[in-house]
Design a protein around this ligand. Structure first.
Ligand SMILES: [Zn+2]
Length: 325
């Protein structure tokens, strides 16, 4: 504790985050980057720069190397959302979407309300809304009354609190229209259930495979895209916070083991999706044609990859492995 106190007396947070610093934080959230000490829950980390302007992410053990403090990082608040850079990711898609990705060199991010889950971006279940509303009404009322030099008559405080409450509700509802999402399944291997869901027999589809690090690197310097593990929540017991809700889904979907990339544009958009340019050679570790498709489909996928200059290898689905007895 004394180390953290002393850094705060020496340095003030500047709030300056370069893309490089952001990446460093993502990659090493519970380890001091300088001495390798494990930072247990409750110990804050410190992100900033050394005298040579190099980004640093350290525990209280090594704060003396910081000459600029960007911000203390209470990493455990975020920890359940973060994923190891080596986590393998899979995405199942039909052939038309795959072709669109190759043709435009993009990854498609769908607007949150278009993803097909009515709970996407939800705060909770409607039966529990009155309790939530009551909490925020009180919260805004108290903030209005306790604002510095506030000597408001009761009616005026009521009016202002109501205004804040309504604005907050509006912002929350608009959030779905300003958040764009690319969904991935995490896991060590293919999922037969997901093949059947996204590319059922008689349809032509592929699965593309990557990992968290390559996905993050594929869009280059776009620091506005957040990557995180989806949390599967029992909404009968919890409300989703304002910033985290785009990473919360109902427990009944936990088989998806989803990792998602989220781009929040802050203002509602009319576009139902966005095309984000990516380096496909960096992104694609493997392309797997559907195990339910005929052989010629695999040949077609292979020649399409060649035509677009993608060096990624075509891999046969593990569902095609044959048993022996
Ligand atoms: Zn250290």
């Amino acid at each position: 504790m004394s180390e953290s106190t002393s850094i705060f007396s020496r340095l003030k947070s500047t709030g300056r985050f370069t893309d490089e610093l952001r990446r460093l934080i993502e990659d090493s959230y519970d380890v001091c980057q300088l001495c390798g000490a494990y930072l247990s829950e409750g110990i804050s980390a410190f992100a900033g720069y050394n005298a040579n302007e190099q980004p640093l992410y350290v525990g209280p053990c090594c704060t003396e190397h910081l000459t600029e403090l960007a911000s203390p990082i209470y990493w455990w608040w975020e920890a359940d959302k973060r994923c190891h850079p080596g986590t393998r990711l899979w995405r199942y898609m039909d052939f038309a979407k795959f072709m669109s990705m190759l043709e435009h060199g993009i990854l498609y991010f769908a607007r949150a309300d278009m993803l097909g889950d009515p709970f996407e971006g939800a705060a909770g279940i409607v039966d529990r809304k009155p309790k939530w509303d009551e909490f925020y009404r009180n919260f805004f009322y108290t903030s209005v009354l306790t604002a510095p030099s506030s000597i408001l008559p009761k009616e005026e405080a009521d009016r202002q609190a109501q205004q804040l409450f309504e604005d907050f509700e509006k912002i929350r509802q608009r959030k779905r229209l300003s958040s764009f999402v690319s969904c991935w399944h995490s896991g060590d291997g293919e999922s037969e259930a997901l093949w059947r869901l996204y590319s059922p027999p008689q349809t032509m589809g592929v699965c593309i495979q990557t990992d968290v690090r390559s996905l993050r690197e594929s869009w280059g310097d776009n620091a506005h895209i957040k990557l995180g593990k989806v949390q599967y929540i029992d909404f009968r017991e919890k409300y989703a916070g304002f910033y985290d809700r785009i990473f919360w889904k109902r427990k009944s979907l936990s088989h998806e083991a989803e990792v998602r990339a989220v781009l929040d544009l802050h203002d509602p958009r009319e576009d139902m999706g966005l095309h984000i340019p990516v380096d496909l050679n960096k992104l694609l570790h493997a392309v797997i044609p559907s195990p339910f498709a005929p052989e010629w489909f695999g040949v077609l996928v292979s020649s399409v990859l060649k035509r677009y200059g993608i060096e990624t290898k075509l891999v046969a689905s593990e569902l095609l492995l044959q048993p022996f007895f």
